[in-house]
Design a binder for this molecule. Structure first.
Ligand SMILES: [Zn+2]
Length: 406
């Protein structure tokens, strides 16, 4: 079979030629990965300290002085990190007559009947209710109870963001978000101090004077998530039609760069597994704990969001030191929802929102036990790994580079 032999010889020559070429080249050391350097600037102690700083304002319930003080504190921190171009969204929140948000009445289900949770996810196994605590006396700490006592008053609300301006594409951006308000008569340490601290830490790292990005990145700390995503919805309503407009014309400035994606971080720390049959939980982070990256399969940008989610999962492989990441299609009940028909949108969490959180996998959710002192370093580290994942993914997608500090 001469032809076959001839092909083999050709193939062998090709291999030899490639080998010779490789041998002839000087081994070039791989260029250091700037994104890995940036990920190395995260630390568990800094992440914990930022969460701790947020908890000084108790539950940060929207429409209270403690919430407004928390917005001021967040803005001061962003400026101190070098993210000095802070801006605020203002909107009115008046729930008079509106039904309360975040209520999922528990229903009885026949054995074997599929239980469908929020976002279209199927709940399985031991399913327990996920409720909001509204009883002040369930908070055992009188100082914290007093701090959380002044009620929300309808009226004007504010939320803050700042932006890392891209050097090549200042007209395009990724939005990284978390909500700074909470409920439940605790400290909202996990919900959502953990996501707010993550976004603030990324603002700190990307704002370092030796870091440039090709594409802009906006760091947004939403208010009024707990009342029904009102702060994020106000942002979308006020700013979606401003995307990509240079203003003033010819200035090279884009107050609202075109949205390339929105990534929300909401409850990043507690993955102790499914409730036991008696409703108790494992006291420790499960060794298999993972980061749950969710998109919404019914959204307009579902396919693009799925690809973005895979980018995040691969960034976790590359940059997150302890915990893996999984991708799911039922993103729901968080500030990425108002964005999901405008741009590819994701949510990162400790567990899946619809199938797991709604089935009782986080008994601190909206409860007096959601306080800083409740969590162990294994819990905090899951949040840190999410920070590593988002920093790795967005640093890569936005073209982050290191330049000599001026
Ligand atoms: Zn939340």
């Amino acid at each position: 079979m001469p032809t076959h032999t001839h092909q083999r010889v050709l193939a062998a020559s090709l291999v030899l030629a490639l080998a010779c070429t490789a041998a002839a080249q000087q081994p070039t050391p791989a260029a250091p990965d700037p994104v890995a350097t940036l990920v190395g600037r995260l630390s568990l102690e800094r992440y914990k300290a930022t969460i701790k700083g947020l908890t000084q304002f108790g539950d940060r319930r929207q429409g209270t002085e403690r919430n407004r003080k928390a917005v001021d504190w967040i803005e001061a921190q962003l400026k101190s990190y070098g993210c000095t171009n802070t801006e605020r969204i203002k909107y009115i929140y008046d729930p008079t007559g509106a039904p309360p948000a975040h209520r999922y009445p528990s229903q009885a289900h026949a054995p074997g009947e599929a239980v469908i949770g929020p976002g279209g996810a199927r709940e399985r196994g031991n399913i327990f209710p996920d409720r909001v605590n509204e009883d002040p006396m369930k908070q055992p700490d009188p100082v914290l109870r007093a701090l959380d006592t002044p009620p929300s008053v309808p009226g004007e609300r504010e939320e803050v963001y700042c932006t890392k301006v891209g050097t090549k594409h200042p007209d395009q951006m990724y939005i990284l978000g978390a909500h700074m308000d909470g409920i439940g008569w605790g400290e909202a340490a996990n919900d959502d101090g953990s996501g707010t601290a993550l976004v603030m830490e990324l603002a700190r790292i990307f704002s370092s004077p030796d870091v440039t990005t090709d594409i802009s990145i906006r760091f947004a700390l939403w208010n009024n998530e707990e009342t029904g995503l009102n702060g994020a919805a106000a942002y979308v309503a006020q700013r979606k039609d401003l995307q990509g407009i240079e203003s003033p014309a010819g200035s090279g400035k884009y107050p609202e760069p075109k949205w390339l994606g929105m990534v929300q971080h909401d409850m990043m720390m507690f993955d102790h597994g499914m409730p036991h049959p008696d409703g108790t939980m494992s006291k420790t982070q499960r060794p298999e704990a993972d980061i749950n990256i969710e998109y919404q399969v019914t959204s307009k940008f579902a396919d693009a969001a799925m690809l973005l989610a895979r980018n995040f999962q691969l960034a976790d492989d590359k940059y997150a030191d302890t915990y893996p990441a999984a991708v799911g299609p039922h993103m729901t009940n968080t500030d990425s929802t108002p964005f999901m028909n405008e741009t590819p949108s994701l949510s990162l969490r400790e567990v899946e929102r619809g199938s797991q959180m709604a089935a009782g996998w986080d008994p601190q959710h909206h409860q007096p036990t959601d306080v800083y002192s409740f969590y162990s370093d294994d819990d905090f580290r899951l949040g840190l790994n999410s920070a590593e994942t988002t920093l790795g993914a967005i640093g890569t997608l936005a073209g982050a580079k290191l330049t000599p500090a001026k």
